[in-house]
Write a protein that binds this ligand. Structure first.
Ligand code: ME8
Length: 518
């Protein structure tokens, strides 16, 4: 039985079409899921849409359509984005599904049974855009006469009968959790932020609403719908079926290995979610990791600035694997990152076209011309050959450690480091000179280079699945030798293996204007 690995994205609000921030989160989570699968884990990768709440209801009203219709239309857009991005998610959950209603109501009952839910009346500030309650001290009145919450969204005064969750009772338990499991929250800045929030004192949380009805009904009190975050967070356990049947086919995936989310929703995931689970007597996720925000040329993306980029346009322009590569390499995962067309073009040309693309095409076309199109047999290995292979063989251990802490950008840098070293090796060995002076030595150098390309391609699969597959086809890596178990000695290229004619995998990016002028 394989080790299981359960990884999730946040589930997005389908009140509009997906934007580049959503694409980024999905691409990164997909890379992590693919990495673990290739490393032999039994992976369950979940994404989906968060369809209830006041924001959804208000947007539907503004558009003059039924909220179910809005949810379906945009949820389909998110699903289509996943396909376009080559996301390997195993499930796509919609919180309007029956399976989810059943689980959420059961979790509510368990929290109630534990004595953590009581009825009272709520009065305070609420941000519909964040779907979050704020303390008066967290809000500010600005010159425009509007009061804003800490994320810069307007808040409104809410007064109504409400059910409350006894969050205040979980302060010590949560602090103990963060102390006992220092890895529970990553990166560290977020852990510190959450710990000081909890230390400053937790108030009980309003968890139901009566002024609108687009949500999951509170058991035995249908006048109330649940607060959308109680509903949304529970999606992660719904999809495993664990609450209904601890022995069901997917129950083995709970508890989750890591929830990947953006930094703006860390409080919900690292404070409310574990408290709800503790109350319901359910196992807690092992880790919550918050990535940063994507900025367009350093600026926050917003409709009013007109700089919101549609991921479909970006992919159509630069190519899917190029976009995936750029985000995973350029942005330090866990921190904010900026992107621009110029930066994407520079990366494509430096790392892909001139880097791995050039290394593969130079070495493989020499093999095609000078070795009868077959993997040559290596002779005795020099120190330089051995050092080169050792660098390639060492990548897995390093990447594994980096991916275990969600440092995707570091894992990509490790692979690129090997590409650069292989470039230097190839240039120093001068196989084009050896072709005339020492053919067996040329064959050794070409063998070593092709073998390094093979390993780079295997490790690039989570980042650029389709392009890495093409590279593996070019070195004729057998289908059953493409997982990480085939890295190093275990999957060495076999001399004599016939290769197909080399073809470029990473074309240079030429800006359309420059193209037209040329
Ligand atoms: O928060 N850069 O949904 P959402 C990077 N439904 N990530 C970004 C981003 C940006 N510019 N903008 C948003 C919700 N995100 C809730 C989640 S989970 C139980 C419920 C990220 O559609 C954001 O941080 O507003 C979040 O992780 C995800 O996109 C969905 O955001």
């Amino acid at each position: 039985m394989n080790d299981t690995y359960f990884i999730t994205t946040a589930i997005a609000y389908p009140n509009g079409k997906p934007h580049i921030g959503h694409a980024y989160e999905l691409i990164a989570t997909d890379a992590m899921a693919r990495f673990q699968r290739l490393d032999g884990k039994d992976v369950f990768f979940l994404t989906g849409t968060d369809e209830h709440g006041q924001k959804m209801q208000q947007t539907a009203r503004a558009e003059g359509i039924a909220v179910e219709e809005l949810a379906k239309r945009n949820s389909d857009e998110f699903r289509a984005m996943g396909q376009m991005l080559n996301s390997s998610n195993d499930d796509f959950i919609r919180t309007t599904e029956q399976r989810h209603h059943i689980t959420v109501q059961e979790v509510w009952r368990r929290m109630e049974k534990n004595g953590d839910i009581y009825k009272d009346s709520y009065s305070g500030w609420y941000s519909v855009r964040d779907e979050a309650y704020y303390q008066e001290e967290e809000t500010e009145m600005r010159a425009d006469g509007v009061r804003y919450g800490p994320q810069g969204t307007p808040v409104e005064w809410v007064e109504e009968e409400s059910y409350f969750f006894r969050l205040s009772a979980y302060e010590d338990k949560l602090l103990k959790l963060y102390e006992d499991q220092p890895d529970f929250i990553g990166p560290n800045e977020r852990r510190n932020e959450v710990m000081s929030f909890v230390k400053s004192g937790l108030k009980d949380l309003s968890i139901s609403r009566t002024t609108f009805d687009w949500g999951i009904k509170v058991p035995n009190d249908p006048k109330h719908v649940m607060y959308v975050w109680v509903d949304a967070l529970t999606n992660y356990i719904t999809a495993t079926g664990y609450v209904e049947d601890e022995n069901g086919p997917r129950a083995k995936y709970w508890p989750c290995d890591v929830h990947i989310i953006g930094k703006d929703i860390i409080r919900f995931h690292a404070v409310y979610w574990p408290a709800f689970l503790m109350s319901a007597g359910l196992p807690l996720p092992k880790r919550v990791f918050a990535h940063g925000f994507l900025l367009n040329k350093g600026e926050k993306m917003s409709k009013s600035l007109g700089n919101v980029v549609d991921p479909v346009d970006l992919v159509n322009h630069f190519g899917l694997d190029q976009v995936r590569y750029f985000f995973l390499r350029e942005v330090s995962f866990g921190h904010d990152g900026s992107y621009s067309a110029e930066a994407i073009a520079t990366r494509i040309n430096a790392d892909l076209a001139n880097g791995i693309g050039n290394l593969a095409s130079r070495s493989l076309s020499m093999i095609a011309k000078n070795c009868d199109g077959k993997i040559p047999a290596p002779g005795p290995l020099t120190d330089a050959d051995k050092a080169m292979l050792a660098t390639a063989d060492a990548m897995l251990a390093t990447c594994r450690a980096e991916m275990a802490e969600q440092a995707i950008h570091k894992a990509v840098a490790t692979i690129i480091g090997t590409v650069n070293e292989a470039d230097r090796y190839f240039a120093a060995q001068e196989p084009w000179v050896l072709r005339k002076t020492d053919v067996p030595r040329m064959e050794t150098v070409l063998y070593v280079t092709a073998e390094v390309v093979r390993q780079i391609a295997i490790l690039f699969q989570p980042i650029m699945p389709a392009s890495a597959e093409k590279l593996l086809d070019l070195v004729a890596a057998p289908a059953d030798k493409r997982k990480f178990a085939a890295l190093g000695e275990a999957g060495r290229l076999v001399p004599g293996t016939e290769l197909q004619a080399p073809a470029p995998v990473f074309p240079r990016y030429v800006a359309p204007e420059a193209d037209a002028k040329a």
